[in-house]
Design a protein. Structure first.
Length: 185
């Protein structure tokens, strides 16, 4: 799972702690029914946070026996799935953000993945990093970096992406840079 809270500072940190506690306390439900987990977490988040607070969240689990990725994207940046063939698929939203709507529904999707496929999950701090001219790093730059380094070990791919974002944006960093890279073996 990767989530991002609206806002910054101590208030956002407390909201993230709340979300994390809700997810951890119900995580065993995720193995059987991720939809139920996310419904429950949304309800608790709506009930226990200010009205204008919300979170984006990407949830995924991988079944190695069936080479199947099950995921839900709750308003989060679409993770990039680089196929071994070089094609990139975006895992778009299956629900709106968590925490704003008491009546909320989420679709859980399944997608086949194969050896060599790479999944890049990231927060908006990566794509919205700006340079001195105010230009954003953007999703297309991220896709190009991922596509250009398909065989790198995941730790090295992670380093390459973060280095590129930091070089692009210079010394200033307005948001966190959170990135998860996974490769199917």
């Amino acid at each position: 799972m990767l989530a991002d809270i609206s806002g910054k500072g101590i208030a956002a940190a407390l909201l993230m702690a709340n979300l994390q506690a809700n997810l951890r306390s119900r995580f065993m439900v995720a193995l059987e029914d991720p939809h139920q987990l996310l419904q429950s977490v949304n309800r608790l988040f709506v009930e226990n946070t200010p009205e204008d607070s919300y979170a984006t969240l990407f949830y995924a689990d991988y079944d190695d026996a069936n080479h199947c990725l099950r995921y839900a994207n709750c308003g989060h940046n679409p993770p990039l799935l680089l196929r071994a063939s070089g094609e990139i698929e975006k895992l778009g939203a299956t629900a709106t953000v968590l925490g704003l709507f008491p009546q909320w529904n989420c679709e859980v999707r399944k997608i086949a993945v194969g050896p060599g496929d790479v999944l890049a999950i990231y927060t908006d701090g990566v794509t919205e990093a700006t340079n001195q001219a105010g230009e954003e790093f953007g999703e297309s730059r991220l896709m190009e970096i991922v596509r250009s380094h398909p065989q790198l070990p995941v730790k090295e791919m992670l380093s390459v992406i973060l280095d590129e974002v930091q070089q692009f944006s210079g010394a200033s960093q307005a948001d966190d840079l959170t990135l998860v890279i996974a490769r199917v073996q």
